[in-house]
Ligand binder design. Structure first.
Ligand code: JQB
Length: 256
């Protein structure tokens, strides 16, 4: 799968792409990320890419001409692939969106800076606008890396694990059960006995119940759309009421 990234800061991508699993994926030819500096298509003497907003009000806005020139030069005027703008105004990026994007052979990602991008880019060049969450970043670059990382995990072979992304958290619609590895006791804290028992039926049941309990505590909204068995529903009905949990919103100062 090929990603064309349009940005004023191509250098911030390299360190992450050259570490992690993404480097291996690139070496194996599964993922190709091409970085394009929008400034290379700013043809005035000082290669200016931003200007003051019409209507006033401080801050700067990215000019349309270098962005259109860059994207059309790289993709051709037909724009045969989606052009995704990362912005706080986009539709929420989720597990499901990542899985759908991974079906495509080619994506273009457009990263803004300053207070944003001239609206004519959004209307006439961009085909899809995505946000990675409800907080404001200083630009789209980190969001583009998040999208590349999450999409790449869905490509067959990238994880080098036959179970791949099918098995993790959001695939089941629930949060994950807790994980443990050696040693069996660390600073007096023991691994739950059931995981050492070798009884795979008991282990599966324990993991399922842990996943259900955590989801109920931390993300009850997910239970509305998670596929649940009758046994799951009985287990949830037997849990103590929410809010008695230690970890629920423990660090959220705005929590009621
Ligand atoms: C400029 C960005 C994000 C791209 C995603 C997310 O957007 C702004 N509005 C006012 C002031 C400053 C900005 C910063 N900004 C380009 C740009 C923020 C993406 C962004 C994003 N995707 N949060 N922030 N989830």
């Amino acid at each position: 799968m090929r990603f064309d990234v349009f940005t004023l800061f191509p250098d911030v991508f390299q360190p992450y792409l050259q570490a992690s699993i993404l480097q291996r994926a690139a070496q194996r030819g599964l993922v190709e990320v091409r970085l394009h500096n929008i400034r290379d298509w700013a043809y005035d003497r000082h290669h200016v890419t931003d200007d003051e907003p019409y209507g006033g009000g401080g801050g700067m806005v990215m000019k349309p001409e270098p962005i259109f020139a860059a994207v059309e030069a790289v993709l051709g005027a037909e724009l045969a692939c989606p052009v995704i703008l990362l912005s706080p105004q986009g539709r929420p990026f989720t597990h499901g969106v990542a899985r759908q994007l991974a079906e495509l052979p080619h994506l273009a990602l457009l990263c803004g800076r300053y207070e944003g991008i001239d609206e004519r880019v959004c209307q006439h060049l961009v085909t899809d606008e995505i946000s990675i969450g409800d907080y404001v970043l200083t630009g789209g670059e980190l969001a583009a890396l998040v999208v590349i990382d999450a999409v790449a995990r869905f490509l067959p072979e990238v994880l080098g694990d036959p179970q791949g992304a099918q098995d993790d958290s959001y695939a089941s619609g629930l949060l994950e059960y807790p994980h443990y590895t050696r040693p069996p006791e660390f600073r007096g804290w023991s691994v739950p006995e059931v995981l050492l028992s070798g009884d795979h039926v008991r282990i599966e049941r324990w993991r399922r119940e842990q996943a259900l309990q955590r989801t109920w505590q931390r993300r009850p909204d997910l239970l509305d759309s998670a596929p649940l068995s009758e046994a799951d529903r009985r287990f949830l009905a037997g849990l103590p009421p929410r809010n008695s949990g230690e970890d629920q919103e423990a660090h959220d100062p705005d929590a009621p």
